[in-house]
Design a protein around this ligand. Structure first.
Ligand code: NAD
Length: 287
């Protein structure tokens, strides 16, 4: 007997990275898995390669398309017992570089899609007296990350949604969870490392070493490590956990933040950074 035998799951944004690893693990655990994706060719190829049941197409930034895709999936699947809500990453940038349109897009993509998918599948979960709502966000909902305002703020709203829903749906056997991944090796993570190295004017390898030094277990994570937790949370065994944020970040969000250098260096002319074992200060501030 596998953990998710007899369950039907929906995984959004599942054609690569964390979403793909979760969809694959859910299939391995015995679930019937549907994907919600925006690219038909990639979705078809993923469905085939991992043995998922099918997919529906929607750009998560388009609320009407998301609602229609969920309706279509429900009609085909009959029921959805497990939701793993994942999204693409919003634009990085300094606060004043972000337009109101960027904010609106991020809210539609991350928050509205979570609300719309949940609205679609929750009535069935309540009627069946069983459900798992798992929202994947970022370690930025625990410790906000510099240059990621859209992610920090909008994902925190999703975390609040999960906490807010927990007592309302709990009596019906439906539990809610927030995953807060950090430094998981995926294409997005590699793009972000290139972006941050550029912002800090550091060679990529040097930047990577510093990032690694800010992680308690001193290494980056694997998408499969996020999937392992998702599989447990989606199972019957996790029935007494709800409304929680689960960091899957190698301890990163429990460490002293080092990134503030990005800001302070420019503004006060202080170059200060924390290495693994020492605090080095070189400044014109008289320190
Ligand atoms: P990724 O970029 O490798 O994968 C994102 C997936 O989302 C892809 O399948 C992509 O096609 C899909 N997607 C993007 N925009 C979409 C849209 N508008 N509509 C439908 N699908 C869309 O990212 P990842 O590293 O696997 O991370 C998944 C999410 O978790 C991202 O939002 C990322 O920002 C966030 N996150 C990742 C990490 C990490 O360490 N990798 C850490 C914190 C948060």
């Amino acid at each position: 007997m596998r953990r998710l035998d007899g369950r039907t799951a929906l995984v959004t944004a599942a054609t690569r990275g964390i979403g793909l690893a979760v969809a694959k693990r859910f299939v391995e655990e015995g679930a019937t898995v549907y994907l919600l994706a925006r690219d038909a060719e990639r979705a078809r190829s993923v469905v085939q390669s991992i043995g998922a049941a099918g997919f529906a197409l929607a750009d998560l930034e388009q609320p009407d398309a998301v609602a229609a895709a969920v309706e279509d999936l429900l009609a085909r699947a009959g029921r959805i017992d497990i939701l793993f809500h994942n999204t693409g990453g919003p634009r990085p940038g300094r606060f004043l570089d972000l337009s109101l349109e960027d904010w609106e897009k991020a809210v539609r993509h991350i928050l509205y899609s979570a609300v719309i998918v949940t609205r679609g599948i929750l009535p069935g979960m309540l009627a069946n007296r069983w459900g798992r709502l798992i929202y994947s966000t970022s370690s930025g909902v625990i410790t906000p990350l510099p240059l990621l305002h859209l992610s920090n703020v909008v994902r925190s709203a999703v975390a609040a949604l999960a906490a807010s829903l927990a007592p309302e749906v709990g009596p019906f056997g439906v539990t809610t969870h927030v995953l807060a991944p950090g430094h998981i090796v995926t294409e997005r993570q590699q793009e972000m490392q290139r972006y941050r190295a550029q912002q800090e004017r550091l060679p990529l390898e040097e930047y990577r070493k510093r990032e690694q030094g800010a992680i308690a277990v001193a290494r980056f994570g694997r998408p499969e490590e996020v999937a392992a937790l998702a599989a447990f949370l989606a199972s019957d065994e996790a029935g007494y956990l709800t409304g929680q944020i689960h960091a899957v970040d190698g301890g990163f969000s429990r460490m002293v933040p080092v990134y503030s250098e990005i800001y302070t260096r420019e503004v006060v002319g202080v170059q200060q950074w924390v290495t693994n074992d020492s605090l080095i200060t070189s400044s014109d501030s008289g320190a």
